[in-house]
Design a protein around this ligand. Structure first.
Ligand code: PHE
Ligand code: ZN
Ligand code: ZN
Ligand code: ZN
Length: 295
């Protein structure tokens, strides 16, 4: 798997920041910075050879957008999806939440193109709208997917907040091995978690499970039985002293003290966490999509 360029990921974050600054300070559903963000992502993917669609939906009297990008080739009956939400809250530009996941998956997609990757699985990337209003874009996508198309999606990887300034290294606890949350996810979620865990293990970074409760865009997928996984560096939760010992950073403070605030800017990013998570995404995509037989 490739080493994803932190410089390139941060260049996308700078663009998301500029878009927010030029559009009233946010990239929220129903605001012009939301569509401008979608057009930025779509333009780069179109130029890289993806087959893209801008799926629009209506929520709360405003139009929302999902960017869906298919990489041509692979088994059309065995699809791996990778996604994250592109909208911010209205309070700020949403650079960690979720410029970080959006930029990391964007750069992974562009690297797929640069390498002319020919995976055994079909790869589909998604940037969701209106997550902050209740997973509206991802729910719209899953709900409106014909049953025959839905059954082709064998796994979904979600990335929402992967560069928190007081970072933890969490994996959605799809196997419930950490006893976090109530239930394991659909069969296959454990394998996605194990693949992400293998990457962090390879770089010597310990991970912990986090609730697999549907509090991000993987929720609609697991609701219909599609296995899911993903990483998370923490939001409003407070880092414990044990977690500070494990990962560094500051005990007694939030993983992201600018969560859903105007200060979630390009200054609100931990480069090390962003770099590690971007590389973890690429590792999981390459490992899952190029395996023969696919895993
Ligand atoms: N979905 C939450 C938000 O955007 C953040 C979150 C991500 C929470 C992943 C839990 C797990 O505000
Ligand atoms: Zn989020
Ligand atoms: Zn949020
Ligand atoms: Zn687990």
């Amino acid at each position: 798997p490739p080493d994803i360029s932190l410089t390139n990921v941060k260049a996308h974050l700078a663009q998301f920041q500029s878009i927010a600054t030029a559009n009233g300070g946010n990239r929220a559903h129903g605001r012009p910075g939301n569509l401008a963000s979608a057009n930025y992502v779509k333009g780069l993917l179109d130029g890289a050879g993806f087959t893209t669609a801008l799926q629009s939906f209506s929520y709360n009297g405003a139009t929302g957008y999902n960017v869906i990008a298919d990489w041509p080739g692979g088994d059309p009956n065995d699809i791996l999806m990778v996604g994250g939400h592109l909208d911010s809250v209205t309070a700020g530009p949403g650079i960690n939440d979720n410029g970080s996941g959006s930029a990391a998956i964007l750069e992974t997609a562009l690297e797929v193109s640069r390498q002319s990757l020919a995976p055994t699985k079909h790869l589909r990337f998604a940037w969701w709208g209106a997550e902050e209003l209740g997973l509206r874009g991802s729910q719209y996508y899953v709900t409106n997917l014909p049953a025959a198309e839905r059954s082709k999606i064998k796994g979904y990887l979600n990335f929402d907040m992967v560069a928190s300034p007081n970072a933890g290294y969490f994996l959605y606890d799809g196997d419930n091995s950490d006893g976090v949350g109530s239930d394991p996810g659909p069969a296959g979620s454990a394998q996605l978690e194990a693949t992400l865990a293998a990457y962090f293990s390879s770089i010597g970074v310990p991970t912990r499970g986090t609730d697999f409760d549907g509090r991000s865009d993987y929720g609609p997928f697991i609701s219909v039985g599609i296995p899911a996984g993903g990483t998370f560096t923490g939001a409003e939760g407070i880092k414990s002293s044990a977690q500070a010992t494990l990962w560094g950073g500051t005990a007694g403070q939030a993983f992201d003290s600018c969560y859903h605030r105007s200060c979630d800017t390009t200054a609100n990013i931990d480069d090390t966490a962003l770099n590690r998570n971007a590389d973890a995404i690429a590792y999981a995509v390459w490992t899952t999509a190029t395996a023969t037989p696919p895993v």
